[in-house]
Write a protein that binds this ligand. Structure first.
Ligand SMILES: [Cu+2]
Length: 825
């Protein structure tokens, strides 16, 4: 062997060793395919290992002049931006330095299931003091984010952004300087208490937002009959968000000057809605924004004046900073309850236009018009057999739930196709693959009647030619534009129409850069998913079941899976699927864009479909944190797939399933001049243990504890067992009651929120009671009254002072007049 041979042998050995080391990293040395604009659209080389350490701590913040508890990542809110290049292997050590357990989810990232981060389901929870290592290769580019998936921690500060750059910078949009803009919402309230207030039905947030929609205000503004109509349908005051936030932030701050960019420069903004429950309008004062990516993946560039980001969505937009002046980039929450800005350029300030304030009565008017329109349609619910065939349901969804409610309004718009921008004569173009579909329309009055054959519409059929997202909403709901409702500036979208002037981005404008169609040879599995809920009890569900009641959507690897999502509530729901990109079927047909989160407007239907190319369990849920926590979630489970050992022990007894059935407690006590009146309630999804009581200061009292179970999907009907302890003798000893009864009863909520109650006691005595509480007379005044067949009656009023305090007064047929202070918890 000469030196040359030794040299070559050594070199060969080194090469072999090198290959062995590289193979140790997440990739073999062969190139893999990456997502940029479409699945698998280009080859990438294996990159480097990029290591991050994230330290999760309890912290104290002061955003509003008041110090409150929060949670931070590496000492900051939001956490740091973690940057990679496609092909890299992410190595992220998450260190839990808090007293509570935590978790971390990498939102929008395609990764091995056990690193997705949903605790107990995919990944072990990260207990206090523990470090969890997340190691996954990156096979996509774009703008994403990460957040805790434990309880309500995301609201407390546990979120941050992810940027994945492309490997070859040949693409034009990769050559601009980029800037992450992470949008968020902040409340000084403990998020647990926020959810409790929502469950209690507290008026605290509506009062602070001016969204009570009282009778007084409705009548004075000429919307009295609309208010009555809404209450007739058992719909509480409507709003497009649940919470009044104290602050909104861009990258954790307000009003920051972005000084690093020059006039004339084009900047790629990576905008992320990392809020817990806020949709944001985004506008730039310096000209139109060019949308170049949605949820991380590139789309055909489109210029717009405004875009509305749903919770958890991301958009990349290009802005060009004009030659002179300082230009505002503004984010406005959808309910216009505040705003937050950042500025580009220097010199004279140019402000972005204001988003019009919400006119709740106009919205109410449009909603009630829309519902009256639908009432005429009398569309039936999907048949059981059909839903069973689709592999999903044990029961028929019960029509319109929650904020909606009239029983006459059963509706199943079992279609994911494009009646959105539909002109009536475009109807023939709709391919429903079903000859039983007959739709009639009456020419130009834009009122659509659908006959009974609609019921037979087979929506499980594989209609490949679905186009468009919307059903056209109000337009087709028989709503006439009488000038008193929402002006529909964006066809088919009431939520986008709230944005005012200018060109507004809609989903139908999003076009993928190449075909996203899934192989038609893959067997199709369709789920009809009704987004349902009850605003009355703040329970959110899918097909009338919370996650705690029905958890799994079962699929098979190799299928094409389609979710037809019908929003039967009055709120928007940004639906997010872990571990996959799905096609949002829109007007672009074959070029329908790929997303990981899609917002479904009230009363609208959106169809998504994805290639079931994964394994194990993936979470699917509404990304409004409080909706998810209250039950609007499912597990997408691959059949016959192994369970990750670290979570195997939780299968069958999963804390994330129990979470949506968590009991909440609230109570109220009125200390009045003649007596003490009170109630408490401990309540989960189906059960409530509650009691009313009154004690007069002359020794009389009455206490009626009940255990109540809700029997229907709308939570109108409940059955209960209870007891009554009563003393009618003045001066009687407190603990001696002269009457004590056990009884069974039924309660039913009538239109106008009139509560009826029939009960029969153990001695056969029946009693009927009727009453209504909390009639909103003005912003802060509530009126109530009740009467029963024992000839007891009561009228009462409360003036709400704050979250926990009110002035109260009443007349009670037994105890007489009185007034005092009401404490509400
Ligand atoms: Cu939701």
């Amino acid at each position: 062997m000469n030196t040359y041979q030794i040299y070559f042998l050594t070199k060969k050995l080194f090469v072999l060793l090198f290959i062995a080391v590289v193979s140790q990293s997440a990739f073999a040395q062969k190139n893999i395919k990456s997502y940029t604009a479409t699945p698998d659209d280009h080859l990438i080389r294996p990159g480097k290992r990029v290591v991050y350490d994230l330290y999760i701590t309890d912290t104290i913040v002061n955003f509003t002049g008041k110090s409150v508890k929060a949670q931070a990542i590496n000492g900051q809110i939001p956490g740091p931006t973690i940057r990679f290049t496609e092909g890299d292997t992410a190595v992220i050590h998450v260190h839990n330095k808090m007293k509570d357990e935590t978790s971390m989810h990498w939102h929008g990232i395609l990764l091995p299931n056990k690193f997705d981060g949903v605790p107990y389901l995919e990944t072990a929870p990260i207990m206090p003091g523990q470090t969890h290592d997340f190691i996954f290769p990156l096979r996509q580019t774009g703008t994403y984010w990460y957040h805790s998936h434990t309880k309500l921690q995301e609201q407390s500060g546990l979120f941050g952004s992810i940027v994945i750059e492309s490997q070859d910078k040949g693409n034009k949009i990769d050559q601009y300087p980029d800037k992450v803009l992470m949008l968020s919402d902040w409340t000084n309230q403990n998020p647990k208490n926020v959810l409790r207030l929502l469950k209690r039905g507290s008026d605290y947030f509506p009062i602070k937002k001016g969204a009570v929609q009282s009778y007084g205000e409705a009548i004075s503004k000429g919307y009295g009959s609309d208010k009555l109509m809404m209450e007739w349908m058992r719909m509480p005051a409507m709003d497009i968000s649940d919470i009044k936030y104290d602050k909104f932030f861009i990258n954790g701050k307000e009003n920051v000057d972005q000084q690093e960019y020059k006039a004339g420069e084009t900047v790629r903004l990576r905008i992320i809605d990392g809020s817990a429950s806020t949709y944001f309008w985004v506008q730039f004062a310096g000209g139109q924004m060019t949308v170049v990516a949605a949820d991380g993946l590139e789309v055909q560039p489109i210029k717009v004046d405004k875009l509305l980001l749903g919770v958890a969505e991301t958009y990349d937009v290009l802005i060009t900073i004009p030659k002179d002046g300082k230009y505002e980039l503004r984010a406005t929450p959808h309910d216009v309850s505040g705003q937050v800005s950042t500025f580009f350029g220097t010199g004279t300030l140019h402000k972005a236009p204001d988003i019009p304030k919400l006119n709740y009565f106009r919205i109410m008017h449009s909603m009630s018009q829309m519902m009256m329109g639908m009432k005429g349609m009398q569309m039936s619910a999907v048949k059981n057999s059909k839903l069973k065939k689709a592999g999903m349901l044990k029961e028929t969804p019960n029509g319109m739930e929650g904020k909606m409610g009239a029983s006459a309004m059963k509706m199943d718009m079992g279609m994911g196709m494009g009646m959105g921008e539909m002109k009536m004569d475009g109807m023939q173009g709709m391919d429903m693959n079903s000859d039983s579909v007959k739709m009639k329309h009456s020419g130009h009055d834009r009122t659509m009647k659908m006959d009974d054959s609609m019921k037979k519409m087979d929506m499980n059929s594989d209609s490949e030619k679905m186009t468009g997202i919307d059903m056209g909403g109000m337009d087709m709901m028989g709503m006439k534009d009488d000038g008193r409702g929402i002006k529909m500036t964006v066809p088919g979208s009431m939520m986008n129409s709230l944005g005012g002037e200018g060109k507004i981005l809609t989903y139908d404008m999003l076009r993928a850069k190449a075909s996203t169609e899934i192989d038609s040879k893959q067997p199709l599995r369709t789920f009809q998913l009704y987004l349902t809920g009850s605003m009355l009890r703040y329970v959110w569900s899918i097909n009338n079941k919370t996650l705690s009641e029905q958890d799994v959507l079962s699929i098979k690897k190799g299928e094409k899976v389609r979710f037809v999502m019908h929003n039967n509530t009055m709120m928007e729901h940004p639906m997010h699927l872990h571990g996959h990109f799905f096609r949002v079927i829109n007007a672009q047909g074959e070029y329908s864009p790929l997303k990981h989160t899609v917002s479904v407007e009230p009363m609208k239907t959106v169809t998504i479909e994805f290639d079931a190319n994964e394994e194990k369990d993936w979470f699917f849920h509404c990304h409004i944190l409080y909706h998810m926590n209250a039950g609007m979630a499912r597990i997408v489970r691959y059949q016959n797939s192994p369970i990750t050992p670290e979570v195997a022990q939780y299968r069958g007894n999963n804390p994330i399933l129990r979470e949506s059935n968590h009991p909440f407690f609230w109570a109220s006590i009125a200390i009045q001049s003649q007596a003490n009146y009170g109630m408490f309630n401990v309540s989960n999804v189906r059960y409530s243990f509650n009691s009313d009581w009154r004690f007069s200061y002359d020794g009389r009292y009455e206490v009626t504890p009940r255990l109540e179970r809700y029997l229907d999907n709308r939570f109108y009907l409940s059955g209960y067992i209870g007891a009554e302890f009563k003393n009618d003798t003045k001066g009687g000893a407190f603990l001696i009651n002269d009457e004590q009864n056990a009884f069974v009863g039924l309660r039913y909520l009538l239109p106008l929120f009139i509560q009826t109650d029939v009960r029969i006691s153990q001695n056969g005595k029946a009693r009927f009671e009727i009453g209504r509480s909390d009639i909103p007379i003005s912003n802060r005044i509530r009126l109530g009254g009740s009467w029963n067949t024992d000839k007891e009656y009561r009228i009462s009023t409360t003036y709400i002072l704050g979250k926990n305090l009110g002035l109260s007064g009443n007349y009670d047929s037994d105890y007489g007049w009185g007034a005092g202070l009401r404490i509400m918890y």
